[in-house]
Ligand binder design. Structure first.
Ligand SMILES: [Zn+2]
Length: 55
C-alpha cells in the first residue's frame, strides 16, 4: 500500500498516511495525526520520486 507524506501547516509536523490508490483517488480528507488539523499539504513521496541508482 503506498504511503503518502503530508505536512501539517498548523503544527508544522510531517506525517505519513497509508492509502490504497483507490482511496487516494477518492480525494480523502486527511487530518494531521498530531493536532487533528486539516490544514495539510501533500508532499511528494519516495514512491513516486526518481531516485538515483547506485552503480
Ligand atoms: Zn498538525
Amino acid at each position: 500500500m503506498p504511503a503518502y507524506e503530508y505536512h501539517c501547516n498548523t503544527c508544522g509536523k510531517d506525517f505519513v498516511v497509508f492509502l490504497s490508490l483507490k482511496e487516494f483517488e477518492a480525494n480523502p480528507k486527511v487530518s494531521c495525526e498530531h493536532c487533528r488539523g486539516d490544514n495539510v499539504t501533500k508532499k511528494l513521496t519516495a514512491f513516486f520520486t526518481k531516485t538515483s541508482k547506485k552503480s
